[in-house]
Design a binder for this molecule. Structure first.
Ligand code: IMP
Length: 423
């Protein structure tokens, strides 16, 4: 029975949908917030009282006192990045002591993973993935190849040394322009172990016992369904499963993507720049400009199908304020065929042309609106059309970056989520 009180919040597009804001907003309904995949390639931005926090590894529930935040076994952890984030939060007056738990089974991102990420991208040349260069892919490669180093391994210096020696030797065979020494890598790790090991717990046990005792867990996804290693636009994907059988899918009122790979509704001209500027669409991790385009309902329907979404949280509606006309992609044209479902072949997807329907925009701003009734009529029509073409109702509509700039539709929450969420 307790299981039904848990909720997964994940990206239903190509990442950057606004998951940080939604997770932060919903956190008071839960006791534990758990990240389960990805690493510090994620950049979950949360604004509280005008102050901006970018959470990469630490779950977005951390800004609420008393909440336990979990970094689960599926996450890849760069200790330097993790400590940097803890220090940043501490400096901002947020006490993480006793509230952050890391799985002993999570794999570590080590300095050679970053080198291999850069090397692999350079060698791919024009066919590069456009990764965040954080070493995410190589760390997952080592995990699958069964030579990875896990957080729990830090407790065994002798075993750790053997493993690091093998891995650094393998790295030196691949990277020709620099030689990495084993000793400094090991010395740093042993130093980091002192700070990391006290955070380590058996996370599956913790979560299971918490759920058994009636505590509620929110699972925070990173990246997005279309970046999922299995269900995304392979090979232009991240190296983990960003999709699960979940419930609330976060989508932006338009579409963005960072890095290479197909984005059927991409707008290269003035309108793309307009969305990029109003939406501040620059990567939270790498600062790269995000590619922007109109809402892609084919991609959204795919996200809904893969995750079995019950509801959407629609973010950044206010970015579209003041546009005369807004387009929605409802299908793709592929040669002489019209496709209503996402093709799994990346080359076919890249060649698809969007089929648009146009809707009138609105002149009264939606920014900061907190009640659905207060939205301009054209904005309501736009939201309602997105619900129809995506096949999922919107329970939450975000109209600004602050927590309070949010419309919650209690009727949709009640009908679709029942007792999973009481707001
Ligand atoms: P990687 O995860 O660094 O290997 O990058 C693989 C692909 O996923 C690239 O296209 C990245 O731009 C994209 N990506 C990874 N993390 C995020 C994210 O949090 N938001 C948006 N795109 C991401």
């Amino acid at each position: 029975m307790a299981r039904s009180m848990n909720l997964a919040v994940l990206g239903a597009q190509w990442g950057d949908e606004g998951k940080g804001k939604i997770v932060d907003l919903l956190t008071p309904n839960f006791d534990i917030v758990a990240r389960y995949q990805g690493g510090h390639n994620a950049g979950h931005t949360v604004y509280v009282n005008g102050r901006k926090f970018v959470l990469r590894l630490i779950p977005s529930g951390m800004l609420h006192p008393g909440i336990i935040c979990v970094i689960g076994n599926g996450v890849v952890v760069d200790p330097t990045a993790l400590f940097g984030e803890i220090d940043e939060l501490t400096a901002a007056g947020i006490d993480v002591t006793g509230r952050l738990v890391v799985s002993d089974k999570a794999h570590l991102i080590l300095p050679y993973h970053r080198d291999l990420d850069l090397l692999s991208e350079a060698r791919r040349g024009e066919r590069k993935i456009g990764t965040t260069s954080r070493g995410i892919g190589p760390a997952y490669e080592d995990k699958i190849a069964r030579r990875g180093v896990r957080v729990g391994d830090l407790a065994d210096p002798a075993g750790l040394e053997k493993n690091i020696r093998d891995n650094v030797t393998a790295r030196n065979r691949l990277v020709h322009d620099s030689v990495m020494e084993v000793e400094p890598v090991l010395a740093t790790l042993l130093q980091q172990a002192k700070r990391l090991l006290p955070l380590v717990r058996d996370v599956s046990l913790l979560l299971n016992e918490s759920m058994r005792d009636g505590r509620r867990v929110m699972f925070e996804g990173a990246q997005g369904t279309l970046l999922d290693i299995d269900h995304g636009t392979y090979p232009y994907v991240t190296s983990s499963n960003a999709a699960i059988g979940g419930v609330m899918g976060v989508v932006k009122a338009y579409t963005t993507r960072v890095g290479e790979g197909p984005l059927p509704t991409e707008l290269s001209g003035e309108m793309g720049q307009r969305l990029r500027d109003s939406g501040n669409e620059y990567g939270a991790v790498t600062g790269r400009p995000r590619r922007c385009g109109w809402y892609d309902a084919v991609a959204a329907r795919y996200g809904a199908r893969i995750n079995g979404l019950d509801v959407l949280a629609l973010t950044k509606l206010d970015v579209l304020d003041g546009l005369e006309q807004i387009d929605i992609c409802t299908a793709y044209r592929s040669g002489s065929r019209t496709l209503t479902e996402l093709p799994s072949d990346v080359a076919q997807l890249a060649a698809c042309e969007p089929v648009y329907e146009s809707m009138p925009g609105w002149t009264t701003p939606t920014k900061g609106i907190r009640r659905y009734e207060d939205l301009p009529a054209a904005a309501k029509r736009y939201v309602e059309r997105l619900e129809v073409v995506s096949g999922v109702p919107a329970a939450i509509i975000s109209t600004g970056s602050e927590r309070e700039d949010t419309i919650i539709r209690p009727d949709v929450v009640r009908q679709k989520l029942g007792d999973k969420l009481s707001i």
